[in-house]
Design a protein around this ligand. Structure first.
Ligand SMILES: [Mg+2]
Length: 181
């Protein structure tokens, strides 16, 4: 097993990103087509599966931590109901762009390593749809997988990622056939 940990961005990878807005309620949380199926396919293939998500809306007071937790409880229920799994969700609610815990800084990866000491970053993949996700991968030594149907419509430098897919399902389909994506 070459890759043992999977780090996933949330908005734009698992659920639909709301441009210039936040997912503030369960009603606003919309799974992207195929993302639940992708998590079902990927679940047996990784020892650890994490979500690492910047949620500045909490820091700004647009929603409360409690609401965010309710949204995540709903998300996890749906993932489990579709036979997938997420082992831990790491959230950064900080407003400051330079925050160590906010992607692209590596803080959430460090938190995961404290919780799961057997994580190896060279054997980890980060799947995300924004530059900050790809830089997070570069800053931690993870493989960077770019989902290009999400928030970042502008061209992203190919040097920032190791593989590129239109959505999580396409990534999962490829990964189950060949983990060297
Ligand atoms: Mg995103």
């Amino acid at each position: 097993m070459k890759y043992t940990s999977l780090f996933l961005d949330r908005d734009g990878v698992i659920n639909r990103h709301r441009p210039a807005d936040y997912v503030k309620t369960i009603e606003e949380f919309e799974f992207l087509p195929g993302s639940l199926e992708a998590l079902r396919l990927l679940s047996p293939l990784f020892k650890h599966i994490f979500i690492v998500t910047n949620q500045r809306g909490v820091g700004k007071g647009v929603m409360t931590v409690r609401t965010l937790e309710q949204i995540h409880a709903y998300m996890l229920d749906e993932i489990i109901r579709h036979q997938g799994r997420i082992d831990h969700i790491y959230v950064c609610t900080d407003i400051e762009t330079e925050s160590f815990n906010r992607k692209p800084q590596p803080g959430m990866a460090r938190q995961a390593l404290q919780d799961y000491p057997d994580i190896s970053f060279p054997r980890s993949m980060m799947v995300g749809d924004s530059v900050s996700d790809l830089l997070f991968a570069r800053n931690t030594g993870m493989r960077a997988v770019f989902i290009d149907a999400g928030i970042e419509k502008k061209e992203i430098k190919p040097s920032l990622y190791d593989a590129r897919f239109p959505d999580l399902y396409t990534f999962a389909e490829k990964y189950i056939k060949d983990p060297d994506v």
